[in-house]
Design a protein. Sequence first.
Length: 330
Amino acid sequence: MAERFIPPPSERGAALLTVLLLVAVMAVITATALDRLRLSTRLAVNGAAMAQARAYSLAAEGIATARIEDLLQRDAAQLNNDGNWLDREIPVPVDRGQATVRLSDGQNCFNLNSLVSGKDGQFGTSPVGMRQFSKLMELLGIASNDAIIISESTADWLDTDTNALPSGAEDGFYSSLTEPHLAANRLFVDRGELKAVRGMKPAYYARLRPWICALPVAEPVKLNANTLAPDRAILLAALLDGKISPAQAKALLAIRPAGGYGSAIKFWAMPQLAGADIPADIQGQVGVTSNWFFLQSRVSAETIELESHALLQATDMPARILWRSWGEAG
């Protein structure tokens, strides 16, 4: 029978230290494993909550889209705000959370892409669009010279040629900057792209942001006289190139018939516009129907707060979502 090994007295302390070291290492490993387990659990819970919140957001979009389709099919001749459904938070019932959706008429903003005209990726500058954009900026308190620079530079940013307008900017200007880049030479996808254009300052963009949008069409702005709120009358004044003041435009919208104008002809027949002498092409930029809508949804589900923005096109039925973004819009 083998004899039991008994370490010399001088080595018993080293053995104890070895055991204590092993215990300490095992404790660290166990703590690390538990921490990673807790992290994995939190990630899984947050992931499930985010997936649920996005599902609620998509459901809110679906409800809003169905509502718009119903309104458009009910009266193809005009769209109005009967029922006060525009620009207000509409609650959407969800389980274990809260959700709201806000609908805005996508035509009652200045479409930055109206500074050019064309199709199939070939765009030329639009003098009318540039003039209207400059007027909007002036009405918002932006100096006339700066407004012209921004307007022409925006048109250069959008058009497909490389020839700069007198106060505009093309690749030559942008390539000489501290952080060089090129002009896009395509339509804006998001209004936030305007911040990259020559002459645009953060303070100017902050003023413009509530009034501008980027619809994916190089067409003139077409406001809906039935849904344009009086507090957005500055858009109408800019469209008419100052032939009526923002105050006059606001007063005109404030006396709008309860059921809408019925037709653009009836709008232009208003006595307040009798002496304005508006050209026919500009009159065509005001109608009583809408094909574009912005949808904003907010969802609170468990620990998740989620905001989404989407652009809906209702030119043809069924209406469809063209793009969607999560988080605050540009």
